[in-house]
Ligand binder design. Structure first.
Ligand code: GN1
Ligand code: MG
Length: 541
């Protein structure tokens, strides 16, 4: 075990850890808060990411500094496993406890607890921890990076830890590079991998595109810089792709009136600077601030906005992959399935189950739950949250079977699996997947959209004095507490045709979320208001 110099750690701790008397939680999205409060969090998280590397025999773990779609003043951090997926959930309570000790207790108490943790996880003497770092375009990111590396270098000593800093990356790029585990790889390798995968599926200039232009709103985030680099060597007509909200060098504009979250929650076009007249033949998409989410949309000839969100993306992929499975004659051997959360539109679930006859699983909110279900239940597991975060996982059996089969559809399946970033949802890779699917099916945005129509729906939130009073079961679709509220919610939504509603405490905000849907657009607000009243009254009594 590497010797820890307590005095050195104290000096660094004293210099960096200014935030006191504050509690943090490591959730699905890692730690996230106002950037000025994150010094202590960074200091501890870096050391834990290094300890995680030791438990993997010194393999690279990843650390991403980002707050995704949050406003510019926020930031956050999350740890990536050597396989490119998110931190093992059983570590979440431990990291939360240790971070909170640093802000709520003495240096000695924090140090002793960290030391116990370090000893409990270190079995071999000579393992040097390795980890990779990257950050998004926020103004606070370089300072927070400094807080993190200072902690790690003080704990292990500069020569006893290997830190590879990639600088600016999207979250999925960091996941992918962590998965590759190669010291000298950079974003160039990420780009080459996906450009090659694309080139194996796209016929070039002979290919007829089912849209005129592609507009990509990058939320004034890191996605714009990375997409610009990507498209330089991307075999696609460059005059057809246009980046909107690409001002990543002005972090105060990040996610403001634009980006995937804005478009999904507001159901409208992002603000942008182009004078181009919107045409129904054009396709639009929006990334979020760290480019791990994407939603598509278009405007029809009556200038009506149509959203093609995460549910629409997973149904598009399900349709396409089912077709390829059938053509390759591998359908009976490989299990295709879709994983959703309760936020998926009821008509998307119906379409996948009744029209495509593909199985659907429902999990709790949070990508780690969907990822796990897709991995454990299917050979081709498509998972997307309605907000556009998702990917497809292809099993080992899939890889073997498609490689053994030489028919055209099996080859196409193989190449398609390579265009997808299987470590995590990735706006750039998902964009490639959607484009090649539309091109292959010769579908316009309208063709895609008309497969099924979303039920009118509304997602709102209420602030309550204590959101922990809200406990759920059945993949968060039903409340068990406050006692007696669930039957009232059911009585209420049963009065509405195709009515459905569920209530749960948010894991990322201090609020309770209320989701409602029903077949009548003119009644959705009424349903939502009635459920909100029930929720508010339930905690008043
Ligand atoms: C309704 C909704 O969109 N919830 C989001 C949101 O979780 P909440 O637990 O609902 O706050 O943030 C998560 C992390 O980004 C994301 O995975 C999830 O989909
Ligand atoms: Mg994100």
């Amino acid at each position: 075990m590497i010797e820890v110099n307590k005095e050195k750690v104290y000096a660094a701790f004293d210099q960096i850890c200014k935030t006191k008397n504050y509690n943090f939680t490591y959730g699905t999205a890692g730690f996230r808060d106002h950037a000025i409060r994150l010094d202590t969090v960074m200091f501890t998280t870096g050391i834990i990411a290094a300890i995680r590397s030791i438990t993997h025999g010194g393999k690279y773990t990843g650390v991403m500094i980002t707050a995704s779609h949050n406003p510019p003043q926020d930031n956050g951090v999350k740890i990536v496993e050597p396989k490119g997926d998110m931190l093992l959930p059983s570590w979440e309570p431990e990291i939360t406890r240790l971070v909170n000790l640093a802000s709520n207790n003495t240096f000695d108490a924090w140090f002793d607890a960290m030391m116990d943790f370090y000893k409990s996880k270190t079995t071999s003497d000579d393992v040097i921890p390795h980890f990779m770092l990257a950050h998004d375009s926020r103004e606070s990111s370089p300072h927070l990076l400094h807080c993190l590396t200072t902690g790690v270098e003080a704990w292990f000593g500069v020569n006893n830890v290997k830190i590879k800093c990639h600088g600016l990356l999207t979250t999925p790029q960091l996941h992918f590079l962590t998965f590759l585990q190669r010291e000298n790889d950079s974003v160039k390798d990420y780009n080459t991998f996906f450009q090659n995968a694309w080139a194996n599926l796209y016929k070039g200039d002979d290919e007829e595109l089912p849209f005129d232009n592609l507009y990509v709103d990058t939320a004034n985030g890191i996605g714009s810089r990375q997409l610009e680099l990507f498209i330089k060597d991307w075999k696609f007509p460059n005059d057809r792709i246009h980046i909107l909200n690409g001002d990543y060098q002005n972090p105060s504009k990040l996610n403001i009136d634009c980006g995937a979250d804005f478009v999904k929650t507001q159901h409208k076009l992002p603000k942008h600077e182009t004078n181009t007249k919107l045409s129904p033949r054009d396709l639009y998409c929006s990334f979020d601030g760290d480019a791990d989410r994407i939603v598509f949309y278009y405007q029809d000839s009556q200038e009506k906005f149509h959203l093609l969100d995460g549910d629409k993306i997973s149904t598009l992929f399900a349709k396409f992959l089912q077709k390829l499975l059938h053509e390759s004659q591998l359908g009976s051997q490989l299990k295709l399935g879709v994983v959703q959360t309760a936020y998926a539109n009821g008509n998307s679930t119906k379409y996948i189950t009744d029209k495509l006859c593909v199985p659907v699983s429902c999990t709790k909110t949070g990508v780690k739950h969907l990822h796990h279900e897709a991995q454990s239940s299917y050979d081709i597991g498509i998972y997307f949250e309605a907000n556009g975060h998702g990917t497809i996982l292809f099993s080992e059996k899939f890889q073997q079977l498609v490689k053994m089969n030489t028919n055209h559809a099996a080859k196409k399946l193989y190449h398609f699996s390579q265009i997808i970033n299987q470590t995590v949802g990735d706006a750039i890779a998902d964009m490639l997947g959607v484009l090649i699917t539309l091109i292959s099916l010769k579908w316009t945005a309208h063709d895609w959209d008309k497969e099924y129509q979303d039920l009118p729906n509304l997602l709102t939130k209420v602030i309550v004095p204590d959101r922990t009073l809200f406990e759920t079961t059945d993949q968060e679709r039903k409340l068990v507490k406050p006692v007696g509220l669930q039957p009232k919610i059911e009585d209420c939504f049963n009065k509405f045709e195709q009515g459905r509603s569920f209530v749960r405490a948010s894991g990322t905000e201090d609020a309770v979320r209320i989701y409602c849907e029903c077949s009548d657009d003119s009644k959705i607000k009424l349903l939502s208001t009635e459920i909100t009243e029930l929720v508010v009254n339930s905690v008043k009594q």
